[in-house]
Write a protein that binds this ligand. Structure first.
Ligand SMILES: Nc1ncnc2c1ncn2[C@@H]1O[C@H](COP(=O)(O)OP(=O)(O)OP(=O)(O)O)[C@@H](O)[C@H]1O
Length: 276
């Protein structure tokens, strides 16, 4: 379904993404790891047309999405939702309107300006929020929510698009371990239950091992590892990160430590429910 052929992005003389090739068949959960500057974000942004490529092809069911322009590119972008580290919600807008913004490009401008949405769309947005365990947050302003809840709203907004692929750029890098787990569980559930491909840039090895069917390691714009989580040994990781013998995996851990706050307890209950 996804066939990346020598995808390349140059910024001046520097290749941020350097001849990347891979194929992904079916709705896999793919993690991309690598140190800062390895090219992970640039690759995801090429996938959904936010960053134009310098060369290569990205074929989805045989169609090169790097060559799409105008309405065709917008149509692709609606099938290929993006989730960001900083959530990118409209902070002062209520949660359900933020979710409805997932289908903004399918709406007439005047109806968006007036915040008028068909009832069926509102019901769907509420159903998605309910599925992600945050229906009661629907009327609140996005800025009033915790980081983990905001990221779930961003995932709900992505689902509103009914995408085939979800691209997540360090989706848990701003979250505490508890919320990181809830967000990763949510992405995994969408992957397994809906059959949507997820490609996530991840900054912790334990997360990549735990959630991914396949892990891609990038270094200096190139793919230096492509395998299953079991193959991601400490030595392999050291190689991907270009680290020395002091490389300490536990420093990148997202393992959960107890937190007594009521909100954290509620989130913990939700996480346990998701894992059950
Ligand atoms: N718009 C840009 N203009 C010039 N150089 C850029 C631009 N975007 C990224 N780069 C460079 O491309 C390389 C890859 O950056 P990229 O953000 O893709 O890496 P990354 O692996 O996602 O890192 P991080 O985890 O820090 O986001 C870096 O050297 C970066 O400085």
């Amino acid at each position: 379904m996804l066939d990346v052929r020598s995808a390349t992005k140059l910024f001046g003389q520097k290749a941020a993404v350097d001849n990347v090739s891979m194929t992904v068949n079916g709705p896999a959960f793919v993690g991309i790891i690598g140190r800062s500057g390895a090219g992970k974000s640039t690759f995801l942004r090429m996938m959904n047309g936010l960053t134009p490529a310098s060369g290569g092809q990205i074929l989805v069911d045989g169609r090169d999405i790097l060559a799409l322009r105008g309405a065709d590119m917008r149509a692709w972008q609606s099938q290929c939702a993006m989730i960001f580290q900083q959530f990118n919600l409209v902070p002062r807008m209520d949660v359900v309107s933020n979710v409805l913004h997932g289908i903004l490009n399918r709406r007439a401008t005047w109806s968006t300006v007036l915040n008028l949405w068909p009832r069926a769309d509102i019901v769907r947005a509420l159903e998605i929020l309910d599925r992600l365990g945050i229906a009661e947050q629907a009327p609140k302003r996005a800025e009033a929510l915790s980081g983990g809840q905001q990221q779930r709203v961003a995932i709900a907004r992505a689902l509103m698009q009914d995408p085939r692929i979800i691209l997540a750029d360090e989706p848990i890098a701003s979250l505490d371990p508890m919320n990181a787990q809830i967000v990763m569980d949510t992405l995994k559930r969408i992957n397994v239950e809906d059959g949507r491909m997820v490609i996530a840039n991840l900054h912790t090895l334990d997360t990549a091992r735990r959630y991914c069917d396949r892990v891609i390691g990038m270094r200096d714009g190139r793919v230096v590892f492509d395998g299953v989580p079991d193959q991601l040994t400490t030595n392999v990781a050291r190689e991907i990160y270009g680290a020395d013998a002091d490389f300490n995996e536990s420093a990148t851990s997202t393992a959960i430590t107890p937190d007594p706050s009521p909100d954290a307890r509620k989130d913990a209950e939700y996480a346990a429910q998701m894992l059950a």
